[in-house]
Ligand binder design. Structure first.
Ligand code: SF4
Ligand code: FE
Length: 487
């Protein structure tokens, strides 16, 4: 089965015995849990759109390994056209779900491990690349959602992995056996973890020889022995448990998901190990994954499209769509959103072929893209809140709208433009609340800041990739500077 439908995907998750904890208790049925289900619906969209003739070209492609039709989320980019199609798919999914649809972390892990293992094998004569190709074929054939996992808890940020008092602060190799390795540690805030069939682990930072036990990459099924998750809560999440609070959710169908994933002495057979102590290549893997995921933040422009639309609809209900300052704010939101998009397109169009044949984005432009993403969604959110008005955070609940005694008063006093529906006005304001302060704000705001690396990580890469020396030389030449005259 090379392509699953959304329904088949959800059924396939039910067959896994995933160990998940929420509010201190193990969940019996995570797939149908009301707090989790919207995030599963978002991933399901990545499956369903593959069958939609309108979007088939973006959501599906041909495997370079088998020649079969596969979901693009399992693909190794074969050209810059592929890189551009990837981000068009992500913007589309952001528009369709107004949330994080989670499956990109696996796609970005596939692409970074694919090219890194090739170059690693070239230097060391190892066979990680062939192993990885076999694993990738399995993912493509089964149309799996794979959780690419990079971020370790990190403990004391001033210390390297091997200097930590608690060695588990970074995922590490505890034991090397003839048939595989035993790993231990955790990955923090893992997107879509519970909704994934597999976990694909990578190191989180560049390593030195002293850290070689932490230079490890491997894949495990999500329900492997010793793997379990603790669900990450989101603001307003328990509204999903309330009866009659659909309007209050803002987006009652889709959502994102993060969790703390723990590896408590997990055995990984050799055929699923893709890096084992080759510390020199940890940095390359991190740099490439981070670069791909910084390109991926085109997803925020899709969610931004929904937020801009919501602000404009709110302005309609408020009766001020023609006010010049409102029009100008909406123009500014669009300008910021398209600036992020332009950077994501640029880093894709300027991609290059790696030795493995897979294509890599332009790293400088991908980092500039993500640096903008650490700022612009905040400004877009601020403008959306400005246009929406304070009612977005002070209005009564859906139950008050439906209440026998309260309903008529809510309908009367929360009405905006004459002739429009109070309920609709409440719905659009709650959507803005969801995107800027509620469950989706995890993906749209704070994840924009910290996801795929916090702002400083991009600034380090910009400094490294920006070639300042060449720029200084350009200036010296124009100014006719003779450096021999300088002491
Ligand atoms: Fe994909 Fe965006 Fe979610 Fe990352 S934050 S997994 S790029 S939707
Ligand atoms: Fe992310």
């Amino acid at each position: 089965m090379a392509l699953m439908t959304g329904k088949q995907y959800i059924e396939s998750l039910k067959k896994l015995d995933i160990k998940v904890y929420m509010f201190g208790e193990r969940l019996e049925n995570p797939v149908d849990h009301p707090i989790i289900r919207p995030s599963i619906n978002s991933v399901a969209m990545t499956y369903d759109l593959a069958f939609d003739p309108e979007y088939e070209d973006l959501l599906t492609t041909t495997s370079h390994l088998t020649g079969e039709k596969i979901n693009r989320f399992c693909h190794i980019h074969q050209s810059t056209e592929d890189l551009v199609k990837k981000i068009k798919m992500q913007r589309l999914l952001g528009q369709k779900t107004a949330s994080c649809f989670q499956r990109c972390v696996g796609m970005d892990a596939f692409n970074s491990i694919y090219s890194t293992t090739f170059e690693m094998d070239e230097e060391y004569g190892t066979n990680y690349h062939e192993r990885f190709k076999k694993y990738l074929e399995l993912c493509q054939k089964n149309d799996w959602t794979v959780d690419g996992a990079m971020t370790d808890p990190k403990g004391d940020r001033g210390l390297s992995p091997s200097q930590q008092e608690d060695p588990d602060m970074f995922v590490h190799i505890k034991e090397v056996r003839e048939d595989g390795i035993i790993v231990r540690g955790a990955k923090a805030h893992q997107t879509g973890s519970i909704n994934s069939h597999e976990h694909l682990i990578m190191p989180t930072i560049a390593m030195t020889e002293a850290d070689k036990d932490y230079a490890v990459s491997f894949a495990v099924p999500t329900d492997a022995k010793g793997v379990f998750m603790i669900y990450g809560r989101q603001s307003c999440d328990t509204r999903k448990l309330e009866e009659g609070a659909d309007i209050d959710l803002g987006n009652n169908t889709y959502g994102g998901q993060e969790a703390l994933v723990i590896f408590d002495d997990v055995f990984v057979p050799n055929e699923r190990v893709f890096m084992c102590k080759e510390w020199k290549y940890a940095g390359m893997l991190v740099e490439r994954f981070a670069g791909f995921h910084r390109q991926s933040y085109a997803c925020k422009t899709g969610v931004g499209d929904v937020l801009i639309g919501a602000a404009a609809v709110a302005a309609d209900y408020n009766g001020v769509p023609k006010a010049s300052h409102i029009k100008d704010k909406i123009i500014e939101m669009q300008h910021l959103n398209e600036t992020m998009w332009a950077c994501s397109v640029a880093c894709s169009a300027e991609g290059t072929k790696t030795k493995s044949g897979g294509y890599l984005i332009d790293l400088l432009l991908a980092n500039v893209c993500k640096q903008n993403v650490t700022r612009f969604p905040y400004e877009i959110a601020r403008l959306a809140e400005d246009i929406a008005g304070g009612l977005m955070v002070t209005m009564p609940s859906e139950k008050d709208l439906r209440g026998k005694e309260t309903g008529p008063w809510v309908k009367k006093f929360l009405n905006g433009k004459v002739g429009t529906s109070t309920e609709n006005r409440m719905r659009i304001l709650r959507l803005i609340e969801n995107l800027t302060l509620g469950t989706a704000a995890v993906g749209y705001r704070t994840e924009s800041l910290h996801g795929a690396g916090s702002p400083q990580a991009q600034r380090i890469m910009i400094a490294r990739q920006g070639n300042l020396e060449a720029k200084k030389e350009m200036a010296r030449r124009i100014a006719h500077i003779d450096v021999s005259k300088d002491k």
